[in-house]
Design a protein around this ligand. Sequence first.
Ligand code: TLP
Length: 351
Amino acid sequence: MNAMIDLRSDTVTMPSEAMRNAMRDAEVGDDVYGEDPTMNRLEQRAAAIVGKEAALFVPTGTMGNTIGIKLNTRHGQEVICEERAHVFDWELSMMAWFAGCLARPVRAADGVLRWSAIRDAIRPDGPHCAGTGCISLENTHNMAGGAVSPLDVVEEICHEAHQRGLRVHMDGARVFNAACALGVEVSEVVKDVDTVMFCLSKGLGAPVGSMLAGTADAIHQGRLYRKRLGGGMRQAGVLAAAGLIALEQMPARLGQDHANARVLAHALEAIPGVAIDASTVQTNIVIFDISGTGMTPAEFSRRLKERGVRMNGVGATRMRAVTHCDVSRRDCEQAIEAIREVCAGVASARA
Ligand code: TLP
């Protein structure tokens, strides 16, 4: 049997041959003593690529966001984020648990949080309100179908926030996808934010790891928070070696994933029972509604899996397909065929 076509997430990628070789050959030391040369190289290189003073390796994006929010807030403040943000919905209330903050979610229908919406949600310190501490932007926005924030939107938010003494964190788990879609360097996308977290282990294909970048002072403090979270790692250079390859080799190929996502989206538009506006697909995430098929996401997933395709539901009526370096154009075409069959099978069974 052929391998499954796995569109559940870009987290499912396998390390490349080059990554495995680099991991085996990595020069390592004790990173808690600052003595892992490969890790030091990764942290310096990551900082240079995103244009920040320093960067810190963290095992997961969730830990990077947890530390990022903590660095930009004081206990008891609010954090403004989009209503479907990963920091709000998918991280076990970490901003309450670790930073002692409350999320102030704001809806942005297209997933692009704009200053006009943020402005109305800012709360001053007072006898009743918990003041706003920071704004967390998600770029690209996962649950909004990989939506990209335009550069001027981020610039305006950072400018206005900084004028008011507020900080801005970017959950840039897929910020390299955003840079690719915008046709600019990633440093341009994150130039005004105080801290940015990005994942090596999603579109960039590394087996483990994310980076948190910001000022040298923030990252020094962040290293201490990482330790408090149990994240002081020892010979972590084996992971950094794969991360370096992810950083150097993988951003240039993200456009292929975006093109594959568009192929999927356009084909889905023509399938009866499926609803999607393909023109909204900018990066590697395709979210589509299946209420017209009469199937639940669980049923849809099960039937697709029988045909060799893995895909997860999001919410009560929608599916999410994520393209990445381990799915080819041919795989996407096969996935489309499988979706057609699943939808047609249900339609004929109900006729
Ligand atoms: N996202 C995962 C799931 O948790 C939903 C996925 O499959 O997409 N920020 C964003 C925007 C993310 O999408 C994710 C992971 C994270 C942070 C957290 O990264 P990890 O999984 O490394 O903690």
